[in-house]
Design a protein around this ligand. Structure first.
Ligand SMILES: Nc1ncnc2c1ncn2[C@@H]1O[C@H](COP(=O)(O)OP(=O)(O)OP(=O)(O)O)[C@@H](O)[C@H]1O
Length: 273
């Protein structure tokens, strides 16, 4: 049985002057899958996120989300339609508490008028209580009860990354974009983040696109991987298929890896120099 893709990117071209940031990029996200995008520095990974979230408008191609085109859509409108994103560099309100930062993720779900808010009645009261309940569920889910009332800026880096993930979850996204979620983390923090990403897939069933340099993490978690180089997709497939693709090995290791790539293609172990 085929289902409609959550998101479909078709033949996207994006240039900055002479630089082709994206060149014929196509992929679609089906169901609650974890789709990873890998590639060396400058391959175009962040540009894909910027196109999806409305920060960049490509010169060619189409992008649909929930069956409708989002090309030319403003970032806040695309976010409101259910696309949430975490960033390489944490973007939280440092002086606000964990709870208040998570409540920021709920602002699309506030559905009352200002006069109802002033008198704290009607929809203002019920909507606020429902939003607080949802935030408490996320606090439980991400195991951050111990930090709930602390200003985010005071917390360890790994916890801040987890709170940023929490804020994205508070939006109740239909698609979650994770931009290097374990960058700068130690082994224990990475392991915790990996566990939460797996829980999001299995329990919350939210489709995710993951951009990450930690290959171990990508190969362990992803359902499918798209490898890119110089804006061009090299191969898309199961992690083991992508990992052993000679073009991918070349892109990562450079021309010195010709022997390694050939050996992998032949299925033969590489000889020691
Ligand atoms: N706003 C911009 N103006 C000019 N060039 C840009 C812009 N954004 C991206 N590029 C260029 O597009 C190419 C792809 O960049 P992008 O940031 O998408 O790569 P990346 O794979 O995310 O790299 P990294 O792993 O280093 O974050 C690079 O050559 C980059 O310099």
């Amino acid at each position: 049985m085929s289902t409609n893709p959550v998101c479909e990117v078709t033949d996207v071209q994006l240039s900055f002057g002479e630089v082709k940031a994206l060149n014929g990029v196509s992929f679609s996200i089906q169901g609650a899958e974890l789709f990873a995008v890998i590639g060396p520095n400058g391959a175009g990974k962040t540009s894909i996120f910027n196109v999806l979230s409305g920060v960049y408008r490509p010169q060619q191609g189409s992008v649909t989300f929930g069956g409708e085109s989002i090309l030319g859509g403003r970032p806040h409108r695309i976010a409101k339609r259910g696309m949430a994103r975490t960033f390489q560099n944490i973007e939280l309100f440092e002086n606000l508490t964990v709870v208040d930062n998570l409540m920021m993720g709920r602002h699309h779900h506030l559905n009352y008028h200002w006069w109802e808010a002033i008198y704290w009645w009607g929809r203002a009261r019920s909507s606020e209580l429902a939003n607080r309940r949802r935030v408490e569920e996320i606090i439980d889910f991400l195991e951050i009860e111990g930090y709930r009332d602390q200003p985010v800026g005071m917390l360890p880096y790994g916890i801040q990354k987890r709170i940023e993930l929490g804020r994205a979850l508070a939006m109740e996204p239909k698609l979650l974009l994770l931009d290097e979620p374990v960058a700068g983390m130690n082994a224990e923090e990475t392991e915790d983040m990996a566990r939460f990403i797996l829980d999001i897939r299995s329990e919350l069933k939210i489709p995710m696109i993951l951009v990450e340099h930690d290959m171990g993490l990508v190969m362990d978690l992803a359902d499918r991987v798209m490898a890119m180089d110089f804006g061009t997709p090299l191969v898309t497939g199961a992690p083991e298929e992508v990992q052993s693709n000679p073009d991918v090995i070349r892109a990562y290791l450079g021309p010195m890896s010709e022997a390694a790539a050939a050996a992998v293609a032949d299925g033969a172990p590489e000889e020691a120099p």
